[in-house]
Design a protein around this ligand. Structure first.
Ligand code: CTP
Length: 223
């Protein structure tokens, strides 16, 4: 089946991010999220099968890493890896679930419990996608992901504008078959001009739909 893919992304350099980030609290604990990395890995695999030159930057996941993956831990590591590679990319797809906050202090030693309540002071991480939108190269296509639990279209369209993106792949965590852990997704592809709602499908098929749309839009832009 794999040989049957048309190499319609040949000559394109494509960067994908996947998975969660981990923000250290102390040597034994971190803040993270439930991202499995499956959506981003599926995009990387399908883009590779269609002939693109793929780089995958991933947070820690349970997926066996392919050869072209660079595994990072924190939002700061991901920022550095991605911005070091972004200038030369034709297409960047940010499927990673990057932490918005990290502990302000990282304790060198394990934090010991006390009898009373505890709290952790948090500071913002850099928004990698926003940075990429601000430094977008001529002709570069930038696709973000958006995971919402309500007002999905409105919130996702706001991200398209705010981060200067060409497309947002949005999913509602509360929809059956969508979200972090499973092998399926229910995506809406949002661009300046339209919203395309895809039915429930495997993450690999959803990846192909995302790539189809990007190819269509970038070919249109070149013509
Ligand atoms: N993203 C990023 N760097 C961050 C945070 C998010 O690059 N520090 C990217 C993700 O990879 C994803 C998109 O931004 O492509 C998600 O947008 P974001 O506005 O961060 O979503 P939420 O955090 O869910 O937004 P909100 O807090 O407004 O719900």
């Amino acid at each position: 089946k794999e040989a049957a893919f048309q190499k319609d992304l040949a000559g394109k350099k494509l960067l994908v991010t996947a998975g969660p980030t981990q923000e250290a609290i102390d040597p034994v604990r971190c803040l993270t999220n439930h991202s499995s990395g499956k959506m981003g890995y599926a995009i990387a695999k399908m883009a590779m099968l269609r002939g693109a030159e793929v780089t995958l930057v991933s947070g820690p996941t349970a997926i066996e890493p392919p050869l072209f993956v660079k595994v990072v831990t924190s939002a700061r590591d991901m920022f550095e890896a991605v911005t070091g590679l972004s200038d030369e990319q034709d297409i960047i797809i940010k499927a990673a679930a990057v932490a918005d906050y990290r502990p302000k202090q990282v304790s060198e030693d394990k934090v010991k419990k006390k009898d009373d309540q505890a709290s952790i002071e948090l500071e913002r991480t850099d928004d990698i996608l926003k940075y990429l939108g601000q430094h977008k190269k001529q002709g570069q296509f930038l696709c973000g992901f958006s995971m919402e639990t309500k007002d999905m279209l409105r919130n996702s369209r706001a991200k398209l504008e705010k981060k200067n993106l060409d497309m947002v792949a949005a999913n509602n965590l509360k929809v059956e078959g969508a979200g972090f852990q499973g092998d399926t997704n229910v995506l809406t592809l949002i661009t300046q001009d339209e919203e395309v709602s895809l039915p429930l499908m495997s993450k690999e098929d959803a990846a192909l739909k995302i790539l189809d749309k990007i190819l269509l839009l970038t070919t249109k832009a070149e013509a």
